[in-house]
Design a protein around this ligand. Sequence first.
Ligand code: G3I
Length: 369
Amino acid sequence: MNVNRHGWTRRSFLMGSAATAAGLGIFGATRALASPRPLRAYAADKGILFGSSISGQVLKDSLYADLFTSQCAITVPEGSLKWDTLRPTPYRYDFSGGDWLYGMCKSHEILMRGHTLVWEGALPKWFAATANAENARTMMLDHISTVVRHYAGKVPSWDVVNEAVQIEDGRPDGLKITPWLRMVGPEYIETAFQAAHEADPHATLVYNENWLEPEGAGAERKRNAVLTMLTRMKKNNVPVHGLGIQSHVYAEMNITGGGFKRFLQQVSDLGLSIMITEMDVREKNAPGDIAIRDRLIASQYYKYLSFMLQFPAVKTVITWGLSDRYTWIATHNPRLDAMPVRPLPYDAELRPTPVWDAIRSAFEETRRR
Ligand code: G3I
């Protein structure tokens, strides 16, 4: 018997996915091919914005660009607004990539979110040798002020701080030990939100985080740390308006459990909006068979989105890419058997996969916002 390292047999995968697919009556032959309506329209029916991340690079692919502009009502640059792109030197800002993307989105009536103002990732090469405890706060404030003012009135929402919590780092407050934390101190988060609000008082300001979904003690501690932080910020009138849940998940994970549900309710009760900011589904440990994998991935999309969309605070759904032709997973987290990954609504040939139907079904079945 073919048993993988998680103890699943090929047969259990087949049975599980077939049962889910039969129950839903979808995810077999893809209906998207016959649909004259894009996903953005199904989302709009319910007052939801649907879209995917984008980079200027992939828009050179004209077929992909057509797909992107037809399906998406909202986007977020995958790299163009990160420090390593915006800041070629400590003294110069280069908005050319972001401005080009913004212009393209505007001409297609696609909203463009901003990602991300403060993160330990994607820092330019010069950063480590230049930033120190004396100048880091000023550098952070200058960056936020310059970038948010540049796009004020254009970019409606920002991931102000990204991935700031990591329980494994051992701090009582759960904060991740990043260059920002070390050089500016734990108040860097609140300071960043204040600065973004000053630069554009109308922008929706979001704290964006990963791995909030799993059950188990580690994830529960992470959720508690995020909730404590958001609660304190609200109490102190720090201008935080939303929580971004990245939603990079695995097909085989339980991501709709009680702990996560309680957390979503608590975040909603704080009056925050909740955005699905970077969704994709990996199936690293599933068998190679494409039909099986597609059903598993689509089932996870359907299950997760149906669950998330129970919460009226969820009004934005963004996938991290639209087609398997361009996905970070292919390079950053490939399958062990080297078969192409299939985490998104369109495959590498730009054909809709069962994921497309899963997303559409979740939109069709949710209540209008
Ligand atoms: O721009 C260079 C290019 O000049 C060079 O030829 C090429 C060779 O590898 O590298 C290019 O830079 C890469 C960049 O993506 C653009 O493709 C970087 O090496 C690579 O590290 C970078 O990865 C991005 C990563 O964030 C770090 O910025 C991924 O595409 C992007 O999907 C990923 O996105 C993150 C979110 O921001 C936060 N949440 C998790 C998510 C996935 O990791």
